[in-house]
Design a protein around this ligand. Structure first.
Ligand code: MRU
Length: 349
């Protein structure tokens, strides 16, 4: 299994996704501040992986604290959570994970737990989220794999794989599962400008699994669809509003429009922790603007003239009407999503 993030006893060891695929190196974060840094710099990225990393960051905040009592620790705990929450605004999994840690801390304080018990329980909660994430990916893989054709080309955008989760992946979990079900899938991986998650990360992890993969530049998808080489699209998500509007890597919306025009099913695969029932539509989803240097430069080399204007939104929103189905660990949701998401949310409560 790809070691996206691993608890070592000292801290969290991250595979450095800024250096893949040419170099397989690791970064050890032993403080919550270092965890925040690896999230901001995208050493670790992908909504579920960001959420679980933040949970470990909160646990590290408690482990590193010199506070003798929970009451003394409480203001520091708030600062740790706020720092981690400030890292990336779009992936709701980040806030979902931090809120879960806050609820646990609150309950432990009420129950009279000691500081040592709090440290242990927060770390155990982060471990639980890690294991739940892998289980969710496997479950959604099973549901989503059944939707893919017996044979054909499947386009994906960005990296929603093992590297974006604690293992197995969401969109790539669906593809992995289809392959495990005996389907003959050829993956087309959009390169995903500007950070190249598709060209670098999706290609690397699918090749490691021996799944046939072709990298295409983002502007080639329409042409391949017209040639009949793409039979389905499957992508991940950073936040799904309660009406089904879905924020994912910039360029996802283009792919969804192209898929609709060509009559190709467009699937979103995401764990329930990516669904934000408190956000009514995609218009309310905050979209992260990343540094201009990601567009102006590639591998340290300048591509654009000095001083040119740069726009670098990291995500876009695909309106629900373009989405054929949303695959979660609880099952497959179909439109209208306002109804299907609400019903599945109620069932799980
Ligand atoms: O900026 P990134 O690389 O964190 O963006 C990642 C994506 O957009 C993924 O598709 C999404 O987080 C789902 S990951 C299972």
């Amino acid at each position: 299994m790809i070691p996206t993030l691993t608890w070592t006893g000292e801290g969290v060891r991250f595979i450095d996704q800024t250096r893949l695929p040419l170099e397989e190196s690791y970064v050890l974060a032993t403080t919550h501040e270092q965890v925040a840094d690896v999230i901001v710099t995208m050493v670790v990225r992908g909504a579920p992986a960001i959420g679980v990393s933040a949970a470990y960051g909160v646990a590290l905040g408690a482990i590193q604290s010199r506070a003798a009592t929970p009451a003394e620790f409480a203001p520091e705990f708030e600062r740790v959570c706020a720092r981690l929450a400030s890292t990336r605004p779009t992936a709701v999994n980040l806030f979902w994970a931090i809120d879960r840690m806050k609820r646990l801390f609150g309950n432990l304080r009420l129950s009279g737990a000691t500081m040592e018990q709090i440290r242990q329980r927060l770390l155990a909660e982060a471990h639980a989220m890690y294991n739940e994430d892998i289980a969710a990916c496997k479950a959604m893989g099973g549901f989503g794999g059944a939707l893919l054709p017996q044979q054909g080309g499947v386009l994906t955008h960005c990296n929603a794989g093992a590297l974006a989760t604690c293992g197995y992946g969401t969109a790539l979990g669906v593809i992995r599962s289809a392959v495990e079900q005996g389907k003959h899938i050829h993956v087309y991986a959009d390169e995903t400008r500007p950070f190249l998650q598709g060209a670098r990360l999706t290609a690397w992890e699918l090749m490691a699994d021996g799944i046939p993969t072709t990298v295409i530049c983002d502007n080639m998808a329409a042409s391949l669809m017209r040639q009949g080489r793409i039979h389905a699209v499957v992508v991940g998500a950073d936040r799904i509003a309660s009406n089904g509007d879905t924020a994912n890597k910039i360029g996802t919306y283009n792919v969804a429009i192209l898929a609709k025009e060509h009559g190709i099913p467009f699937y979103v695969a995401a764990p329930w922790s990516t669904i934000d029932m408190a956000t009514p539509t995609g218009d309310s989803i905050p979209i992260e603007e990343r540094p201009a240097v990601e567009v102006t430069h590639h591998a340290g080399k300048q591509l654009t003239p000095n001083g040119v204007g740069i726009c670098n939104p990291a995500f876009d929103v695909t309106p629900a009407r373009f989405i054929t189905a949303i695959v979660t660990e609880r099952g497959v949701l179909r439109p209208p999503y306002s109804t299907s998401l609400r019903e599945m949310d109620m069932v799980a409560r």
